[in-house]
Ligand binder design. Sequence first.
Ligand code: PSU
Ligand code: MN
Length: 335
Amino acid sequence: IANHMLSKPLMQVAKASSEHLQKNNIPTHWYKELQFSKQVKHALDNNLPVVALESTIISHGMPFPQNVETAVLVEEQIKKYGATPATIAILDGIIHIGLDKEQLTHLGKLGKKCIKTSRRDIAVVCANKQNGATTVSGTMILAHLAGINVFVTGGIGGVHRGVTETMDISADLTELGRTPLCVVSAGVKSILDIPRTLEYLETSGVTVASFGTSEFPAFFTSKSGYKSHIEVGTTQECARILKSNLDLNLKSGMIVAVPIPKDKEAQTGSITHAIETALFEMDAQKVGGKDATPFLLQRVNELTGGESLKANIALVLNNARIGAQIASDFCKLKN
Ligand code: PSU
Ligand code: MN
């Protein structure tokens, strides 16, 4: 399929109800840059729960075809738990809030040919009419502009090991400090420096809440050995905190860190070994910058013979279940 077939003409840009714009503090001139899917537009206009989803996890985070299969399953899971999924990506320079299956497949097939799009890339990708898969930071910005408050992903970026040499700190962390979204994730991978990531989040003013535990989870495994600053027990509690955050106009984000279900955890030994090897190879091959995370994810998957990918898919689906419920509970508070 030709690229231009996939993004609908700008004329079809959904006209938002002025009530929705007002309620969510969205300037009209921003809103008209966004191309909404029919389902997402309907949900937002009627104050129904919507969950934003990122697209780098599809293009750079998982191999084809599991990436597309997972993206579809995650959307189904969100619907099952009562919310409308809105996968966010830039196609031919047009910002899409909500993709259909054809667009998800296109993105999955493009894979690393898409531009991994964080805050610094958004304007470039739009201006040059390129295809951009948005990271957690990129998705947070666009979801916020669209008036979406809850965002589900697998894992967020963090402070990289070796940061004192490289200064490699994910733009996800700075974005969490400046954009008021509730981001549901399974914590931070142990390819990263977890204690420094938690310190950075504290400095940035990000609320970090672990769901049903005091431990901050380590993505593939439920425990990192470090604690979140608060523990939340229910999705209603998450929704109440999100509402307070927005009512007070704090402008900073929050993380709900959901541990991977016990029976889906990857074996700690094999994961640790794969991570060490991948980090060593990354160093030897001088991989850095925006290529670091995709390189590590791919190598860890290869080295564990797909075990890490299986865990990855399971935890995203679990996060989708929790995120959809938070979005529903939040809507009840808002209405
Ligand atoms: N972690 C994953 N899968 C991913 C990513 C992180 O398990 O796909 C992606 C997310 O899009 C995240 C980005 O926002 O990597 C972080 O990249 P960096 O470390 O370059 O900031
Ligand atoms: Mn980086």
